[in-house]
Design a protein around this ligand. Structure first.
Ligand SMILES: [Zn+2]
Length: 90
Protein backbone atom coordinates (compact mmCIF):
# COMPACT_ATOMS: atom_id res chain seq x y z
CA UNK A 1 0.00 0.00 0.00
CA UNK A 2 1.42 3.38 -0.97
CA UNK A 3 1.88 6.16 1.52
CA UNK A 4 -0.88 8.17 -0.16
CA UNK A 5 -3.32 5.30 0.16
CA UNK A 6 -2.42 4.84 3.80
CA UNK A 7 -3.10 8.50 4.45
CA UNK A 8 -6.38 8.28 2.58
CA UNK A 9 -7.55 5.32 4.61
CA UNK A 10 -6.44 7.00 7.80
CA UNK A 11 -8.32 10.21 6.97
CA UNK A 12 -11.50 8.37 6.08
CA UNK A 13 -11.43 6.24 9.22
CA UNK A 14 -10.65 9.27 11.35
CA UNK A 15 -13.66 11.05 9.89
CA UNK A 16 -15.81 7.98 10.46
CA UNK A 17 -14.77 7.85 14.09
CA UNK A 18 -15.53 11.52 14.57
CA UNK A 19 -19.18 10.72 13.90
CA UNK A 20 -19.08 8.22 16.79
CA UNK A 21 -20.60 5.54 14.62
CA UNK A 22 -19.34 2.22 13.39
CA UNK A 23 -18.43 1.92 9.76
CA UNK A 24 -17.44 -1.01 7.66
CA UNK A 25 -15.17 -0.90 4.64
CA UNK A 26 -17.13 -0.90 1.44
CA UNK A 27 -14.63 -0.45 -1.37
CA UNK A 28 -10.97 -0.48 -0.56
CA UNK A 29 -9.34 -0.93 -3.94
CA UNK A 30 -6.70 1.79 -4.27
CA UNK A 31 -6.90 4.65 -4.95
CA UNK A 32 -10.47 4.54 -3.73
CA UNK A 33 -11.65 4.00 -0.21
CA UNK A 34 -15.25 3.94 0.93
CA UNK A 35 -16.74 3.18 4.30
CA UNK A 36 -20.42 2.75 5.07
CA UNK A 37 -22.44 2.83 8.26
CA UNK A 38 -23.02 -0.62 9.78
CA UNK A 39 -26.73 0.16 10.03
CA UNK A 40 -28.03 -1.14 6.72
CA UNK A 41 -31.03 1.20 6.82
CA UNK A 42 -28.74 4.20 7.21
CA UNK A 43 -27.29 5.87 4.08
CA UNK A 44 -24.33 7.27 6.03
CA UNK A 45 -21.06 6.88 4.15
CA UNK A 46 -17.87 8.63 3.17
CA UNK A 47 -15.76 8.14 0.08
CA UNK A 48 -12.20 9.21 -0.50
CA UNK A 49 -10.02 8.95 -3.58
CA UNK A 50 -6.91 10.26 -5.22
CA UNK A 51 -7.70 12.14 -8.46
CA UNK A 52 -5.78 11.24 -11.58
CA UNK A 53 -2.61 13.34 -11.99
CA UNK A 54 -2.80 14.31 -8.35
CA UNK A 55 -0.94 13.04 -5.32
CA UNK A 56 -3.36 14.33 -2.72
CA UNK A 57 -6.53 12.52 -1.76
CA UNK A 58 -9.91 14.17 -1.49
CA UNK A 59 -12.85 13.09 0.62
CA UNK A 60 -16.13 13.25 -1.26
CA UNK A 61 -19.61 11.78 -1.10
CA UNK A 62 -20.11 12.44 2.57
CA UNK A 63 -23.65 11.24 3.27
CA UNK A 64 -25.01 12.14 6.71
CA UNK A 65 -26.32 9.46 9.03
CA UNK A 66 -29.97 9.03 9.82
CA UNK A 67 -29.35 6.33 12.39
CA UNK A 68 -29.49 7.10 16.08
CA UNK A 69 -26.18 7.34 17.85
CA UNK A 70 -26.11 4.86 20.67
CA UNK A 71 -23.45 4.66 23.32
CA UNK A 72 -20.24 6.57 23.10
CA UNK A 73 -17.83 4.19 21.49
CA UNK A 74 -14.91 3.38 23.70
CA UNK A 75 -13.59 0.36 21.90
CA UNK A 76 -14.25 1.35 18.34
CA UNK A 77 -14.04 -1.69 16.06
CA UNK A 78 -12.47 0.39 13.30
CA UNK A 79 -9.61 1.29 15.57
CA UNK A 80 -6.83 -0.99 14.48
CA UNK A 81 -3.81 -1.04 16.74
CA UNK A 82 -1.72 0.73 14.12
CA UNK A 83 -4.30 3.48 13.96
CA UNK A 84 -4.31 3.86 17.74
CA UNK A 85 -0.56 4.23 17.58
CA UNK A 86 -0.89 6.90 14.91
CA UNK A 87 -3.53 8.80 16.88
CA UNK A 88 -1.31 8.81 19.93
CA UNK A 89 1.46 10.45 17.96
CA UNK A 90 -0.71 13.14 16.39
ZN1 LIG B 1 -25.50 5.62 10.37
Amino acid sequence: MSDTNKKLKYAVIKWAMSTQRIFRSHISSPPNYTVKCVETSCPGKVHGHVPKYDIHWVVTNVVPHNCVRKNLLVNHPNLASTLIAQLMYT
